[in-house]
Write a protein that binds this ligand. Structure first.
Ligand code: 11C
Length: 335
């Protein structure tokens, strides 16, 4: 496969390269693409140095798959140009997610919606991805009516500038601010911009993207998304009301067998998921699984995952792996 990574110098782009290398993705040619200011820079992949090229150069080289992590406006402008050249784009921005003509995919949940005609495929928001990986097997068994989620999100979700802000504050150094307030020793109940209904865009992504990925608009979702001074991953407190009653042991059994999920739930031995443990892993960790005693058919749990891995790079690479495995890209499709 000829693979392009667009936005190769950013936090997610760097992680995409790491994941492609670790998972030994079948690459014959690799195109590393970034904005003009990075063109010519060298990046090492599997011990070989590659020069960063421009988007225009990359389009001409007709990659089989382009993994995009270059922001919404770049994606809106450039993804259709790659698609027109025959490249299948897997885009990590929010640009295409709610477009009814585009698929929004988490492989463990809905990879089967993909066809060879899908030339721009959207990768969901990180906080949505880790939640739906855990929700899907439970929805299949008990049917989810409503989800109430509160998130505790890593600064890595914002990007390098936010990581720098946190580290500078910890070191007592003045520097550029990614957030309107100090983040070290603080909590910001604010991720992405506020919308007219008083929720943030991040909160509304969790609502709308969950319905689209799960293929079920009857699931009601309400979210409060919060930034905390943490690096390794996003955490979520999730309250799930089902149509049907459940057995707690069976819930744990279902989750422990679910693809992409690791149950870490042994409170007697103080075992529960934490971002420090999830960091640089591909799994979604679920713990603190317990009945909500205030309401029937309702479960509480705690879901943690590395937002740069399963929440972004790994999910995109898994989509690419699925396309290859099912012969939905490459020469076999063009023939
Ligand atoms: C955050 N979830 O943690 C965001 C980052 O729509 O892909 C990813 C934003 C997106 O700030």
């Amino acid at each position: 496969m000829k693979i392009a990574v667009v936005g190769a110098t950013g936090l997610v782009g760097t992680k995409m390269l790491q994941v492609l290398e670790e998972r030994n993705f079948p690459i014959t040619d690799l195109l590393l693409v970034a904005s003009e200011k990075s063109v010519g820079k060298e990046i090492t992949f599997k011990g070989k140095a590659y020069k960063v090229i421009s988007v225009e150069d990359a389009i001409k080289q007709k990659a089989d798959i382009a993994l995009f992590s270059a922001g919404g406006s770049t994606s809106l402008a450039q993804a259709p140009l790659f698609a027109a050249a025959g490249t299948t784009v897997i885009d990590n921005s929010s640009a295409w997610r709610m477009d009814p003509t585009k698929k929004l995919v988490v492989p463990e949940v809905n990879a089967d919606v993909l066809t060879p005609e899908d030339k721009i495929i959207a990768n969901p928001n990180c906080s949505t991805i880790q939640m739906v990986v855990a929700l899907k097997p439970l929805h299949d068994k008990y049917k989810i009516k409503r989800v109430v989620v509160s998130t505790y999100q890593s600064v890595t979700g914002t990007g390098v500038k936010a990581v720098d802000q946190l580290m500078n504050e910890r070191a007592g150094i003045d520097g550029p601010m990614a957030y309107p307030y100090k983040i070290d020793l603080n909590v910001l109940p604010h991720i992405d911009v506020f919308t007219e209904n008083g929720y943030t865009k991040e909160e509304m992504k969790m609502v709308k993207e969950t319905n689209k990925i799960m293929g079920d608009d009857s699931i009601r979702v309400t979210a409060t998304t919060v930034r905390i001074p943490v690096m390794g991953g996003h955490s979520e407190s999730v309250n799930i009301e089902f149509a049907n009653d459940f057995d707690l042991a069976e819930v744990k059994e279902i989750l422990s067998k679910a693809p992409g999920v690791v149950v870490t739930d042994d409170v007697a031995n103080l075992k529960y998921p934490m971002p420090l443990d999830a960091h640089d892993k591909d799994d979604v960790f679920v713990g603190r699984i317990r009945r909500d005693e205030s309401q029937s058919n309702t479960l509480n749990c705690w879901i943690v995952s590395d937002n740069l891995r399963k929440g972004a790079a790994t999910n995109a690479v898994q989509i690419a792996e699925y396309l290859v495995a099912k012969h939905l890209v490459g020469e076999s499709v063009e023939a």
